[in-house]
Design a protein around this ligand. Structure first.
Ligand SMILES: [Zn+2]
Ligand SMILES: [Zn+2]
Length: 473
């Protein structure tokens, strides 16, 4: 997820700032006192044993989160150094399953191929809440000079590439393991059940193979026991430790598409003897540029149409037989989505026709919009304000990237939020975005993620939101 931006000039600044952040992180991992927890959030300065009710649970969360952070950071670095592509997360899943078993959870492995589901039954009766993290990395060759940089290489789509946690799922997995340990520490007081979903293949599989969240649901991830609400997060380039979310659509619905342009192979010196699919493909790419900019009513909702891959030809002097292009469409409005599909088809086939050939357009199935249940979102807002010490935007604009967390939200009310991971002082608009080979996570943000996930579970189960809203402050 996350579209590329102008990267000009970011390298030097980010290198400098990341160096500072990394030095801080190394200190934390070495067990330094820095917990990263802002002091101002605390309901009381009284010791844990003197607190009651939800304040006591919050304090227990915060103290346990501070304790588990060195392990969270060590895990995150280990996952970062050993990234695995979608549905190949065997090593990562084993570490997750071993850790959950060590914590005493009921663990189910091999869910949706490599997924892991952990079950924590609290000591008191109550509802069921699910917390989700994603396990997979991307075919991106890491740049930069982190000491735990990935050097993993693999073959993907016929090319040799590096593998990198360029979307931050290493941080998601480590934070959720940390939250599990925090919640286990307060198991006796936990009023209900927490289901931990460690999901593979969030980045999707080719050819619309059912995978990731969709397959987890199909294999009963939300059913045994029946989940009442679900929470998830994503790291994002804005100031470390800040939290952003909104009610309703927060991330776009997506469609992948593939266009096969037929040509007629001939000598590069005698194009008139064949049909050149490279020229036709080029015209289609340019034709697409006017679909969003000229033909769609952009005041209704934003939309994006991107070609991300063009494959054709083997040699400089042969006009090839075909070109295959792949791309993605992002929308927030179902009607607009239909319109764009129609225009993609019409534009590609008409341009091919004009050149005396054909283009086959295949548009993949609709990926749903990541939609935050408005009443759940308002109910949990106070929890996210507390863990971020008020550094929280509850009405952030929607983003055009997609998340398969949306599938869970089609079945149960869910809240998906963003966690900032840009080092303090860096300009988020110029740092490397997710999916970039220089994507960087400031680990000082991770404690906020651990506390957020644990607090959402506890506050939801305890119905603590009501108490928070009617509290004395
Ligand atoms: Zn991604
Ligand atoms: Zn992601």
């Amino acid at each position: 997820m996350f579209s590329p931006r102008c990267l000009a000039g970011f390298a030097v600044v980010v290198r400098l700032l990341c160096g500072v952040a990394l030095a801080r992180q190394v200190g934390m991992a070495a067990g330094a006192e820095a917990t990263g927890i802002p002091a101002s959030h605390d309901e009381s300065s009284a010791p844990l044993h003197a607190l009651r009710g939800i304040e006591r649970l919050h304090r227990a969360i915060d103290e346990a989160a501070a304790r588990v952070m060195p392990k969270v950071i060590a895990n995150r670095r280990d996952f970062h150094q050993h990234p695995e592509l979608s549905n190949q997360e065997v090593r990562t899943a084993k570490i997750v399953a071993d850790e959950l078993r060590r914590l005493g959870l009921d663990v189910r492995t091999g869910v949706a191929h490599t997924g892991v589901v952990g079950l924590l039954r609290g000591g008191k009766p109550g509802g069921v809440v699910a917390l989700r993290a994603d396990l997979d990395a991307l075919p991106v060759t890491e740049e930069g000079d982190l000491p735990f940089k990935s050097t993993t290489r693999t073959h993907h789509n016929g090319q040799e590439v590096g593998v990198m946690h360029a979307c931050g799922h290493d941080a998601h997995t480590a934070m959720l393991l940390g939250a599990a340990e925090v919640l286990v520490a307060m198991k006796a007081e936990l009023p209900g059940t927490v289901v931990f979903l460690f999901q593979p293949a969030e980045e999707g599989m080719p050819d619309d193979e059912i995978a990731g969240a969709e397959l987890m649901i199909k294999e009963g991830a939300l059913d045994h026991p029946k989940v009442d609400a679900i929470f998830g997060l994503h790291v994002f380039p804005f100031e470390a430790g800040e939290i952003r979310f909104r009610p309703g659509g927060i991330m776009a619905g997506d469609n992948d598409f593939k266009i096969r342009v037929r040509g007629q192979q001939t000598h590069g010196a005698m194009p008139w003897d064949g049909v050149d699919p490279i020229v036709v493909a080029s015209q289609i790419v340019l034709g697409f540029q006017t679909i969003i900019s000229r033909q769609i009513k952009l005041t209704t909702a934003p939309a994006i149409l991107t070609i991300g891959s063009i494959q054709g030809g083997t040699r400089y002097n042969i006009i090839p037989n075909e070109v295959v292009m792949e791309g993605t469409i992002r929308t927030f409005d179902p009607e607009m989505r239909k319109q764009i599909h129609k225009k993609v088809n019409l534009t590609a086939t008409s341009i091919a026709l004009a050149a005396g050939t054909t283009a086959d357009v295949t548009i993949g199935k609709d990926g749903p919009i990541t939609f935050n249940d408005p009443s759940l979102t308002s109910r949990m807002t106070e929890s996210l304000r507390r863990v971020s010490a008020g550094r929280c935007d509850a009405n952030t604009p929607p983003v055009t990237t997609s998340e398969d967390f949306a599938f869970y939200q089609q079945h149960v009310p869910g809240l998906f939020f963003f966690l900032g991971v840009t080092p303090k002082g860096a300009d988020p608009s110029t740092v490397a975005p997710n999916h970039s080979p220089k994507f960087f996570v400031d680990e000082s943000a991770l404690v906020t993620g651990v506390r957020a996930m644990a607090s959402l579970a506890v506050d939801y189960l305890a119905g603590a939101d009501d108490k928070l809203h009617s509290g004395s402050k």
